[in-house]
Design a protein around this ligand. Structure first.
Ligand SMILES: *[C@@H]1O[C@H](CO)[C@@H](O)[C@H](O)[C@H]1NC(C)=O
Length: 433
């Protein structure tokens, strides 16, 4: 009954069990492909059933207070309708799993999806059974895919069978599993400058008893419906030398085979980034008959260079003057330009009610954009006024401003000097005659 409440509340509780470890109870969805329901549109339909995942022995950092954590109590009467998965996560440990302990207090939503997993080449409904669990914490760089393997349950007449999954339940009404393999990332989304380098983070862990002697990594890029392979690496897990096969399809992509073998670090480095490198990167780790993935988003950013068409603006009485603000070679597309003025008598700048006209975007061969804004300077502005073009762009931490001072028209003095000269010439002409 208690579990049912937990599911509907959408909360999870944690409990202390021993020194430095705790249990985490997550409300999840069991996702199944809706067999026989498809047809229209051809898209796969998924059904979602509420499920609960109990992660036992999650490592707690020593400085963390455990007093606020409450106990997880298994249901007193095992319910064959409830889907309650239990997994011990001490070996392999889930990296950064303390995020799961605090997500509740920090109001971060934990996305937890469970699905049946069929290892390559094996039959469905095999014994043991496997589950793929994908855990994602909103707003935090935590993402992990776990492969769970069911543990053998000693069956007798009193053993209950879970109604939906057809798996035997433990005494406490749970499906007992262990984590055998996991793939994770510390950074789900990363921004990097054009022509710069980036490290896309991906790692894996497996049980102490290795699942296979060889690991395969594949990095793929997916962008606007198109996909391409970036890099592929296969290497032996006992000795890296000699047995490593690398195939880099993107120039300037690399992985460290030694780090892969030693630490399970499957991160890829991309150098000399182009606009075309933007997109979702899928890191697939294969060990024996198992494989799991993580997706990392790469955004390319390049701040604009900003300049004004005039270094100084001298007021003319006749034709209105145009001032242009040029924003060049930035990425992504969105840049905002705003014109304002500060007259000598004001303390705060005022935004021009008429913001002039925007040129169309120009795209350069490297994928970056340029755009200009043209302001018609009203003849009413007084000398000493500062006109500013303020540019906001994703790649700029703070908006960038460029300004020009309005100067008094020279016209009066010019005519005065000219008049003076003419008078002088006439005067001398008269005198000399
Ligand atoms: C992999 O190694 C790099 C340093 O080379 C480090 O920054 C990154 O956090 C590591 N990633 C994982 C998943 O261990």
């Amino acid at each position: 009954m208690m579990m049912i409440e937990l599911i509907f509340l959408g909360y999870f509780l944690t409990c202390v069990c021993a020194n430095g470890v705790a249990d985490v109870v997550l409300s999840c969805s069991l996702v199944e492909e809706g067999a026989g329901l498809g047809g229209m549109g051809g898209g796969a339909l998924f059904t979602r059933t509420p499920a609960t995942l109990v992660l036992r022995d999650v490592a707690v950092a020593p400085d963390q207070s455990l007093e606020t954590l409450t106990a997880f109590v298994p249901p007193s009467i095992p319910d064959p309708d409830a889907i309650l998965l239990e997994a011990t996560v001490s070996s392999p440990e889930i990296p950064n799993s303390d995020v799961l302990l605090h997500a509740d207090c920090n109001d971060q939503e934990v996305m937890c999806e469970i699905s049946s997993y069929t290892p390559r080449g094996s039959q469905e409904s095999s014994d043991p059974a496997y589950f793929m669990v994908s855990l994602n914490v909103e707003g935090v760089d935590f993402s992990t895919a776990l492969i769970l393997q069911t543990l053998t349950v000693k069956k007798d007449q009193s053993t209950l069978i879970q109604n939906k999954l057809r798996l035997p339940l433990s005494q406490s009404g749970t499906i007992l599993t262990e984590v055998i393999f996991l793939v994770f990332t510390h950074i789900k989304s990363v921004s990097a400058p054009l022509r710069g380098d980036v490290l896309l983070n991906c790692g894996f862990k497996q049980q102490e008893i290795p699942l296979a002697q060889e690991v395969g990594i594949e990095w793929r890029q997916q962008h606007r419906g198109k996909g391409r392979k970036v890099l592929e690496m296969k290497t032996g897990l006992d000795d890296a030398e000699g047995s490593t096969v690398v195939h880099a399809e993107r120039m300037g992509s690399s992985m460290d085979a030694a780090q892969l073998v030693r630490e399970g670090n499957a991160s890829v480095t991309l150098t000399k980034l182009k606009v075309l490198d933007e997109g979702a990167y899928i890191c697939t780790v294969s060990i024996g008959i198992f494989h799991a993935q993580q997706v990392i988003q790469l955004h390319i950013i390049q701040p604009p260079s900003v300049s004004l068409s005039e270094e100084k603006l001298v007021l003319k009485t006749k034709s209105p003057q145009t001032l242009s603000c040029h924003c060049t070679k930035y990425y992504p597309l969105d840049a905002q330009m705003e014109w304002s003025y500060l007259s000598p008598t004001d303390t705060e700048p005022t935004v021009f009610p008429d913001q002039g006209s925007l040129s169309s975007h120009r795209q350069h061969s490297d994928g970056t954009y340029s755009q200009s804004s043209h302001l018609t300077v009203p003849s009413s502005v007084s000398p000493g006024t500062k006109i500013t073009c303020r540019v906001s762009h994703l790649a700029l931490g703070e908006p960038l401003s460029v300004s020009v001072m309005v100067e008094a028209p020279e016209a009066d003095s010019y005519w005065w000097i000219l008049g003076f000269l003419v008078v002088t010439v006439i005067f001398f002409y008269q005198v000399m005659r």
